[in-house]
Design a protein around this ligand. Structure first.
Ligand code: HEC
Length: 242
């Protein structure tokens, strides 16, 4: 018990009492106080002020102890923490372990096929047109028949099954404007969409887009070829068949 200072204040002595005592005893004490002739007990935030007896007067009226200050201070700090709920919420940190998932990680491995925004590999694949070969054409045909043929038709004429059921009709790939358009235009239409046609960037990988473009070129050639475009042996076979 450290005495910080003395001062006299009327005939009252102020000293700290335990909060518990304060709570539990307040009712009882108040009852006793009103009934007793010895004095009235006033309770206020852990302090007890009572009229002291005549012989106390010689000591001093008011004593200020260290824990008189510490108690409200601790209380203030403890209560201040209660107000931090909004800023200091319970959460999992990405790189810390936790039992939330079976593998004990907070940051889960993305499922196969997940594409990060601005993925560097995809951007590179979009910029590099792959080498044209039979495998690429076959892949292009497969992807075209899955993603494009429902509207554009398997020939690219633009009268696919969905169009026959009432969807807007796309232009034929065999019109002059699209026949002379460069490969990049087709790639961009798949990537960004065009007019009422929506983007296929989420469904078709950049490499597959190039494969589809190659196949569209083959389709265009198939609808606009002359006999002279055929190799000699095949032309001879055609003539023989006629
Ligand atoms: C749900 C129907 C639908 C599907 C599926 C579809 N398209 Fe289209 N496409 C359209 C329509 C409709 C237009 C015409 C859009 C306009 O002009 O407003 C169009 C236009 C186009 C054009 C012409 C752009 C121009 O310059 O006029 C190209 C090229 C094209 N689509 C390629 C594709 C490819 C490649 C795929 C498959 C990856 C595909 N489309 C899938 C409906 C579709």
């Amino acid at each position: 018990m450290i005495t910080l200072g003395h001062s006299c204040r009327g005939g009252f002595e102020t000293r700290p009492v335990s909060i518990l005592r304060n709570y539990i005893g307040s009712l009882v004490r108040r009852t006793i106080a009103t009934k007793s002739h010895r004095g009235i007990l006033l309770k206020a935030g852990g302090f007890e002020t009572r009229p002291y007896k005549r012989h106390d007067r010689a000591v001093c009226s008011t004593r200020l102890h260290l824990h008189t200050i510490m108690l409200p201070l601790l209380l203030a700090v403890a209560l201040a923490a209660c107000g931090q709920n909004m800023t200091d919420q319970p959460k999992y940190n990405e790189y810390k372990p936790a039992q939330l998932f079976r593998d004990g990680r907070v940051l889960q491995i993305p499922p196969a096929g997940t594409v990060a925004r601005d993925d560097a590999d995809r951007r590179k694949a979009a910029a590099e047109k792959p080498h044209l070969d039979a495998a690429l054409l076959a892949r292009g045909q497969e992807q075209f028949d899955i993603y494009c043929a429902p509207c554009h038709a398997r020939t690219g004429a633009g009268n696919g099954m969905i169009v026959q059921r009432g969807m807007p009709r796309p232009p034929s790939y065999h019109i002059d404007r699209l026949r002379t358009a460069d490969d990049q235009h087709f790639f961009d239409v798949i990537t960004n969409g065009h007019g009422v046609m929506y983007s296929y960037a989420q469904r078709v990988t950049p490499r597959d887009r190039w494969a589809i473009v190659a196949y569209i070129r083959a389709l265009q050639l198939s609808q606009n070829a002359s006999l002279d475009d055929l190799p000699d042996d095949q032309r001879a076979r055609l003539h023989a068949a006629q």
